[in-house]
Structures are given as structure tokens and as C-alpha cells.
Design a protein around this ligand. Structure first.
Ligand code: 4NP
Length: 177
């Protein structure tokens, strides 16, 4: 698998005073990154760790700003006991400074993040990766864009996101003190 620059997750002690801040990033912020935000929030709550994490999502485009998650994304999430609460917003330079970890849903949006960082004079490589760099079963580096396809695509996105987010939380939980 082609790797992004990140070789290990940014490591620090996570406390309730200094929660670990994660932003999931896709293109429209209506399908993939809202799913990742909802799934990761659900996993965190399942483990009773909600006070230790701040979780959000954003899109590299402004195409759908203000919109809730796509109805197919919502349906698949609901079938798994998860509600998606996002309202689409565009990723800003401020986000690149604020978050501890920025996880792009695919290589294109990873590049879009890097371009935004360059335009803002920021170096974010050590806290940026693609979500599928954390997928225990990666077929390639990208969470496929489901926007133009059928329901199968949304289920596939959910499955990829779920196992990647589980692995992510498994890696972060030992940092919680
Ligand atoms: P997302 O999916 O990036 O997972 O939210 C998309 C949503 C909208 C578009 C593309 C992908 N679009 O071209 O409008």
C-alpha cells in the first residue's frame, strides 16, 4: 500500500483537560467523513471515553455547506444504531492548526489538505494520514466515493470506516490517562 507521511499516530497523554482532537475529512462532508465522525463517536461512547475525545468532520470543498449527512449515509448508520449529526462545513486553515489528527478519506482529499496547509504556511504531515492507512484490511488507500453510486457503496464505506475507526481507537486508548 502506498503510505502517506505519517508512520505513527501523534503520541501524547490524553486527559479530560486536554482531549485528543480528531477531524475526518472528505470532499463534500456529507457522506464519508460524517460517517467516520459518527462511527468514531459511537465507539468512543461505547468505551466510556467521550470526555477524552473531540471529534469533528469537514469537507475540502464548499459544495454542500450547511447540509446534513446524505440520506443513504444516514440510513446505513441508523441500521447500525448510529445517528449522524453533521452539518457540512468546509475545512479551513484554522482546523489544520487546531486538530491533533487529520484523517482524509482518500488520496485526493489528503492532497487537498496538504495544498490548504501550504497556502497557510503550515506543516501538517506529522498529524495527517488517510483513514485507510489505519484499515487492517486495506485493498487500497482510499475510502471509495459513494456519492454517485448505489446503496452498496454506502454499506462498503460504513464497513471500511468501522474497522478503521476501531483500529484507530485501539491505538489511541492506551494514551488515555
Ligand atoms: P463525500 O461524498 O466527499 O464522502 O461527502 C461526496 C459528496 C459530494 C460530492 C462528491 C463526493 N459532489 O461532487 O458534490
Amino acid at each position: 500500500m502506498e503510505n502517506t507521511a505519517l508512520t505513527s499516530l501523534p503520541h501524547r497523554t490524553i486527559t479530560t483537560e486536554e482531549p485528543y482532537k480528531i477531524c475526518f475529512v472528505c470532499l463534500g462532508n456529507i457522506c464519508r467523513s460524517p460517517t467516520a465522525e459518527g462511527v468514531f463517536q459511537h465507539l468512543v461512547e461505547d468505551r466510556g471515553l467521550e470526555a477524552y475525545f473531540e471529534i469533528d468532520s469537514a469537507g475540502t470543498s464548499s459544495y454542500h455547506v450547511g447540509e446534513p449527512a446524505n440520506k443513504h449515509s444516514q440510513r446505513v448508520a441508523n441500521q447500525n444504531g448510529i445517528t449522524l449529526h453533521s452539518n457540512s462545513r468546509q475545512l479551513k486553515g484554522f482546523d489544520l492548526e487546531y486538530y491533533d489528527l487529520l484523517l482524509a478519506m482518500d488520496t485526493d482529499n489528503y492532497q487537498n489538505m496538504m495544498d490548504l496547509a501550504r497556502r497557510n504556511g503550515l506543516d501538517i504531515e506529522e498529524k495527517s494520514a488517510r483513514l485507510r492507512d489505519l484499515d487492517p484490511d486495506p485493498t487500497h488507500g482510499d475510502v471509495p466515493d459513494p456519492y454517485a453510486g448505489g446503496m452498496d457503496g454506502f454499506q462498503l464505506v460504513f464497513d471500511i470506516v468501522q474497522r478503521s475507526c476501531e483500529n484507530l481507537l485501539d491505538q489511541l486508548e492506551p494514551m488515555v490517562k
